[in-house]
Structure formats: C-alpha cells, structure tokens
Design a protein around this ligand. Structure first.
Ligand code: NAD
Length: 339
C-alpha cells in the first residue's frame, strides 16, 4: 500500500494506492464507521463487509436522487450514527456521490472516505470532492464540493466489474488523455481493454496515472473557476443525452467527446478527430449517434455551465490540450445540424 497526502483548501486527503480493502480497518475504526454500498458490489464481495455496519442500496443512476438520501439518513439515525461516525462509500460513482453528499449534510457534516469499485469511480468520480444527486433529467443539479478524508484504491474489486462498466471507465480515461496527456492516448492505442482486464497490475498503474491527472487539475482549481472545467470535456452534450436516452455515463460522454471534437475542428482547428474517435471505438464506446438536436440544446440551456445565450464548451486544440470556449447556442445548433 502506498500512501500519498494531498492538501485541498487546507484539508489533507489521504490516498492509499495499490491497497487492499482489508487495510480499511487500520484507517478507520470499524465500530464508528458505516459503509454505504450497492447490491451488486455487496453481493460480489460479501465476505469483505463482514463486521462492518453496512447500508446496501439498490444499484443504478435512477437511485441517485433525494429519495435515496432520505432513506440513508433514516437508516443512519437508526444505526445511531453521530458526529464521530465516518461514512465510507464502497461502490461506483453513484455510491460515492450519494455517500459524499449525505456525509456533507448529516449532522451538518461528518467524516467520509471512499473505496471506489468501478473503474470510472477510481479514475474520476471519487476524486475531487464533488458530490451530488440528480433532479429529474438534470444530472448533479444539487450538491456540494467537499473533500473526503481518504480514498482507498483496491483494483481487485474490478474482477467482478462487467465489461460494459470497464468501457465506461475508459471513456473518462480517454477524456483525461485528450485534455491533458497525449502520451496516455498513445499508450491506450498500443494496449487493449482485454489486456488491462487481464493484468490488474497494469490497470493499477493506469488508475494511479489517471488519479494523478484529475488530482492535479483539482488541486490547481478546486472550486472550478478555470482549469477544472476542462474535466467536463464531452460532458456538456453528454449530460444532456445521458438521461434522455438512458445511456450510461461513459457512453454519453463518449458521444459528447465525439461531437466536441467536431466542434473543435470548426472552432479551434483541431486536427485529430479520427485519432480520438478510433480510440473511443477501440474501447467499445459509441461515437456518432443521432439525437434530437432541439431537445439537447434546450437541455444545454439549463446547463450549469451556461450564460444567457451561450454555453462554456470544452474543446481540444490538439490531443493533450483542452481549452474552454464560449459558444452561442445558435452556433452550436448550426454545427450539430451540419453534421
Ligand atoms: P455506478 O455507481 O452506477 O456503477 C456502475 C455499475 O457497476 C453499477 O451497476 C454498480 O452496481 C456496478 N459496480 C460497481 N462496482 C462494481 C464491482 N466492483 N463489481 C460489480 N459491479 C460493480 O456508476 P459509475 O459508472 O461508477 O459512476 C457514474 C456516476 O458517477 C454518475 O452518477 C456520475 O454523475 C458520477 N460521477 C461523479 C463525478 C464526481 O466528480 N463526483 C465524476 C464522474 C462521474
């Protein structure tokens, strides 16, 4: 187990890389901790939860809503959770988001740690302190930026992760490469998903590299005034499509990145659209898709990243260099229609 400590707005966050879930009991006392997980993770790893107070939720994005938060809070009261309790989210991004959000409001804020179990949660959702829930079709509409106390990365959880969820994780990994790390894109081109799935030590290195990309971006701009916005590459359109078409997060942002690359060609003369699209396809992700343009644009008009007539869109100037451009809705609609 390798420990690294990062300081976010004064608060230390302990990262345990290459760790084993068993080490959790050396980080937090079992007696004052409550784990929140979902049925899929719980059923695949039952033994690991022995001895821990555990709240098991139904899996899926449709449960990342206020009603689940209410249920969890009721159960915490029943379990006698108090200000000394540490909540631990053991699961994918839905679980880490809900757990982080509940921890930030329960008794006006209690300690929280994450053990991400999906590739996507390892490389993205568990990092950076954004926690929230969805409201109707609006993703992450309600939430908070509050750092966890610790993160524990145990890639052995990935042994039970379905292939489609590996693909979802690779969408965020490709995103990191596209905006910040051209060498990562090269590495991904020379490997395959099957190779990462087979060789978890290779995956552990990939996870750490991606955790560091996201951590560095967040450290430089925790409250999303500038560079952190780049992490939304593919997400603007992606979020608009995600709930409307019941796509997974990874699929939605893969389509989002494809169209962002098209827009980037027209606005910042991006020249490597085919390299990016081929890589997304290599990792089993959808790229070009037909969608209702008017509906997508109307959802974008309620996006958190919009101004009155325009939206702050994340583009790539070249592989490894993300940039932010303000694009009027009319221009966006015209580009989408022209594709
Ligand atoms: P998820 O939590 O729904 O997990 C995906 C599926 O994999 C679920 O069915 C889950 O039960 C299952 N699963 C997870 N780990 C498993 C394992 N080890 N074995 C077997 N099954 C397992 O979703 P996700 O893809 O991990 O994350 C997506 C969510 O994360 C979205 O809600 C998104 O908004 C959020 N997110 C948040 C941030 C952030 O900064 N807070 C960043 C990116 C994404």
């Amino acid at each position: 187990m390798k420990k690294k400590v990062f300081h976010f707005s004064g608060k230390p966050v302990n990262y345990y890389f290459d760790a084993s879930f068993d080490a959790l009991k050396t980080i937090v006392p079992i007696a004052s901790s409550v784990i929140i997980t979902d049925e899929n993770v719980f059923n695949a790893h039952k033994k690991k939860f022995k001895g821990w107070s555990t709240i098991v939720l139904k899996p899926g994005e449709q449960y990342k809503v206020q009603q689940t938060v209410d249920v969890v809070i009721d159960q915490l009261i029943e379990l006698g959770a108090d200000r000394q309790t540490t909540l631990i989210g053991v699961g994918g991004g839905v679980i880490t988001d809900i757990t982080g959000y509940v921890a930030s409001i329960y008794m006006r804020g209690i300690a929280v740690g994450f053990v991400p179990t999906s590739l996507l949660a390892m490389v993205d959702a568990s990092i950076g302190g954004k926690n929230g829930i969805d409201v109707g079709v609006y993703k992450n509409m309600v939430g908070i930026i509050r750092q966890p106390n610790f993160l524990l990365f145990d890639v052995r959880f990935l042994k039970s992760l379905p292939l489609s969820e590996w693909q979802n994780g690779f969408a965020e990994i490709i995103k990191h490469g596209a905006i910040k790390d051209a060498a990562l894109i090269k590495q991904l081109h020379s490997h395959t998903l099957a190779a990462y799935k087979k060789d978890l030590s290779l995956t552990a290195k990939l996870v750490e590299r991606n955790v560091m990309i996201k951590t560095k971006v967040v450290l430089a701009d925790e409250f999303e005034k500038a560079d952190r916005k780049l992490l939304n590459f593919g997400h603007t359109l992606g979020h608009a499509l995600e709930n409307t078409y019941e796509l997974s997060h990874g699929q939605a942002i893969s389509i989002g990145m494809t169209y962002a690359a098209v827009i980037a060609e027209q606005i910042v003369q991006f020249k490597s659209r085919n390299v990016l699209v081929a890589l997304l396809e290599k990792y089993g992700l959808p790229t070009y898709a037909s969608f209702n343009i008017a509906k997508a644009v109307s959802i974008l008009q309620k996006d958190k990243k919009k101004t009155k007539d325009a939206v702050h869109y994340i583009l790539v100037e070249k592989i490894g260099k993300g940039v932010i451009h303000t694009i009027p809705f009319v221009t966006l609609e015209k580009i989408f229609k022209g594709i």
